[in-house]
Write a protein that binds this ligand. Structure first.
Ligand code: HEM
Length: 413
């Protein structure tokens, strides 16, 4: 551990330091061992790092995922109502909603994103991965994040939503900027960020609204058509809800899947025995994908607000308090994961919490798994002897998610 802290308790054992952004696990370990239920004065919030607490909290019905107030706090202080359309957009993301509204959007979403629809994507993901790898095959070195991992999920989203290939960079730009707004950088320029959000949401309206209308009257095989047709208990999605759901899928699903693929390729290089094992037994890919998700969770923490007072881990939580559910820390808890800091691609059982569980269980889980398995298997086939071109991966400056900025590799050893 590199940081020395004057008062480790007051500073939450270093979990907010720049060093923890690059490698949070030693900090999580100390926090989990010393104070598994921790109140941070600095963040005015609770932090839970033990597996059993995280598992319980991910599915407690008396906790809220509503983010309206948080999103208001991201707006400029002077007259934030100018930007109420931004808040309204994010209130249509089912990820940030509770109870009846969440259940209605989720039911309609699931009518459109069926297991069959996801399974149909398998061949498309395979084809997308093979095409990208063929473009890289002649090169001695490339960026396994920017040139490969970051491209697959956006391209898959184009297939899923029925959008043209030339819009890949536009979709990725929107997803990156919305994610930047939602994860808020240190010392944000709130006015500039809100203006940018406004421009993006206006551009998305101009892009998606005519498409939604056209697909409502002439549906195709894509998910926008399926959402426009979806009907659950007489309920339908409005056009603005469909637009918000497209943005949520690209932002929440795109960034996480990219990181998962890139971090798996990076971590495999640190465990040569596991890389050799996977190359020798490609059938292990399903178990291996679960282990990559456990070892490096792309979403490092979930946030909830207590709706009622309750007790956990010997601490009294009060209604209105914020809880940080530390997914990345729970996945490295020695109870239940034996030798948790070791990557073991045949770990079984492996009940990691990287995709959540319960009422807010990731609705893209099947797709995320498919993308990870198919992309990695295809990559290892074309570049079985790839190796890292650097010792040090730099991560984006945020603690709630884990995103490499680049994963430079040599194509062969
Ligand atoms: C490796 C990739 C992914 C990871 C690690 C991930 C992680 C998560 C986690 C941890 C949650 C639970 C949030 C909570 O409890 O507060 C979640 C929820 C969700 N995810 Fe994912 N996700 C991934 C990919 C995707 C994809 C590809 C999509 C869509 C296409 C998606 C859509 C959603 C949605 C809609 C929810 C909200 C579910 C609800 O609140 O009912 N995710 N995801």
């Amino acid at each position: 551990m590199t940081a020395t802290l004057a008062d480790p308790r007051a500073e939450s054992y270093g979990i907010f330091t720049a060093a923890a952004v690059q490698d949070p696990y030693p900090y999580y370990k100390e926090l989990r061992e010393r104070e598994p239920v921790h109140w941070s004065e600095k963040a005015q919030a609770w932090y839970f790092t033990r597996y059993r607490d995280v598992f319980e909290l991910q599915d407690r019905p008396d906790l809220s995922v509503d983010r309206v107030e948080t999103i208001y706090s991201y707006l400029p202080r002077t007259n934030p109502q100018r930007f109420s359309d931004i808040v309204e957009h994010y209130t249509r993301w089912l990820l940030y909603r509770d109870d009846a509204y969440h259940d209605r959007l989720k039911a309609l979403f699931l009518k459109a994103m069926t297991p069959r629809a996801v399974d149909r994507l398998r061949l498309m993901i395979q084809a997308r991965a093979e095409r990208l790898l063929a473009q890289l095959a002649g090169r001695d070195a490339f960026d396994a994040y920017l040139d490969f991992a970051a491209r697959i999920p956006t391209q898959v989203m184009l297939d899923l939503l029925g959008l043209p290939d030339e819009d890949e960079m536009l979709m990725r730009h929107w997803s990156d900027r919305c994610s930047n707004f939602l994860f808020q950088p240190v010392n944000p320029d709130k006015e500039a960020m809100a203006q940018e959000q406004r421009e993006i949401l206006d551009a998305q309206q101009a892009y998606f609204m005519p498409l939604i209308e056209a697909r409502r009257s002439r549906p195709g095989e894509d998910m926008i058509s399926a959402m426009a047709q979806a009907n659950a208990a007489g309920e339908r999605l409005t056009d603005l809800e469909i637009l918000a759901t497209c943005n949520m899928m690209a932002t929440a699903g795109g960034g996480t899947s990219r990181s998962a693929i890139a971090m798996a390729l990076w971590r495999l290089q640190q465990f040569p025995d596991q890389l050799a094992k996977l190359k020798a037994s490609p059938k292990l890919i399903n178990l291996a994908a679960e282990e990559f998700l456990r070892y490096e969770a792309p979403t490092q923490r979930g946030i909830r607000t207590a709706r009622e007072d309750f007790e956990i881990g010997g601490c009294r939580i009060r209604a209105g308090q914020i809880l940080h559910i530390m997914i990345g820390a729970a996945n490295r808890d020695p109870d239940p994961f034996r030798d948790p800091d070791r990557l073991d691609i045949s770990r079984d059982p492996n009940r990691h919490v990287s995709l959540g569980h319960g009422v807010h269980y990731c609705l893209g889980a099947a797709l995320a798994r498919l993308e990870l398995r198919v992309s990695l298997a295809a990559f290892l086939k074309v570049f079985p002897n790839y190796r890292m071109a650097t010792d040090q991966i730099v991560f984006m400056d945020r603690t709630a998610s884990r995103r490499p900025t680049s994963v430079p590799v040599f194509a062969r050893s």
